[in-house]
Design a protein around this ligand. Structure first.
Ligand SMILES: [Fe+2]
Length: 307
């Protein structure tokens, strides 16, 4: 019988871990996973290992979207696929080395409750916030990597904004991802003005996407709103430890949307479409199966009704 060395054990543990990551990814992407490039699959594995929440967050967006029962199946299919890719750029630029991808993925995994506005924070400040010892023990080395990547001058706001363009750069040439879904994914921060590849013509009221020969549509709007709704529900109301209920989150979403429509001077038709979509999202909730805050609010209501 072959002697089992320590190296063999480590190697087999590593292989088991890889297999289990691939099982998760296959169940998420179905048969499309086999058609992704090796480069893309490796990055998906890296993201799954280092940003565990991302896959779960994406799934929750999709489940909430299904509950909205709003769109024809073709449109929602685009939103579903797009949602799988929105934050894929959080693994770094398309040409990043494995070491660089790993650093950027760990940085985006830092929980973002900032002690000061992100545009006033340096990347060193950001690294210091990490709870990951692999980050905090090697800050000078990581700053050097960020220097090599040409990112060192970025403040935290600029750094966070980069991921939408990186998403498009990574998936642009993947034939197994439909182009409409790539566009919706890349545009998930268009409300804040992030316009990867200049996909949207912002010079006219129509907000045309020339490569699709149509204006911004429901696919993009729903991808944006589901992403924001879900992401923000993981963060407490500032100054408290309490998470928002569905009603409070809808209120937050309306205020956020108004702020950016005014700030970026978006046309009134976009504002109306956003409002209409938020109204449907409001009607589809609360989502007590996903959020404890909704369950608690429902229990309080039930207790009051029973009095
Ligand atoms: Fe994002």
């Amino acid at each position: 019988m072959k002697e089992l060395t320590e190296d063999h054990v480590v190697e087999s543990l590593f292989r088991d871990r890889e297999d289990s990551v691939d099982r998760v990814l296959r169940s998420r992407f179905g048969e499309a996973f086999e058609r992704f490039s090796m480069r893309l699959k490796d990055r998906l594995r890296l993201q799954e290992r280092l940003q565990k929440n991302t896959g779960e967050d994406e799934q929750m967006c999709i489940d909430i979207g299904r509950k909205m029962n709003l769109l024809d199946s073709q449109t929602f299919e685009t939103v579903e696929i797009a949602t799988r890719w929105t934050d894929f750029g959080k693994t770094g630029p398309a040409d990043a080395t494995l070491e660089q991808q790993s650093l950027i993925a760990r940085m985006y995994a830092i929980e973002k409750t900032f002690p000061k506005p992100p545009h006033l924070m340096s990347l060193r400040d950001f690294l210091e916030l990490s709870a990951d010892p692999d980050i905090t023990r090697r800050i000078p080395e990581h700053l050097e990597t960020l220097w090599d990547m040409g990112l060192i001058e970025c403040n935290v706001r600029q750094f966070i904004n980069l991921h939408a363009q990186w998403t498009m750069d990574i998936i642009r040439d993947e034939p197994a991802i439909p182009y409409e879904a790539k566009v919706s994914a890349a545009l998930h921060h268009i409300l804040e003005g992030n316009n990867p590849d200049g996909l949207v013509d912002l010079s006219t009221e129509e907000l045309m996407i020339p490569s699709l020969n149509r204006p911004i549509g429901m696919q993009e709007i729903l991808t944006i709103l589901l992403d924001k709704y879900q992401a923000r529900r993981r963060f407490p109301i500032p100054g408290t430890e309490r998470l928002r209920t569905h009603a409070e989150q809808i209120e937050w979403l309306r205020i956020y949307m108004e702020k950016y429509v005014a700030l970026k001077q978006y046309p009134s038709w976009l504002r109306e479409k956003l409002h209409a979509c938020i109204n449907v999202l409001e009607g589809a909730g609360p989502f007590s199966e996903f959020f404890a805050a909704d369950r608690e609010a429902e229990n309080v209501e039930a207790a009051l009704a029973a009095k």
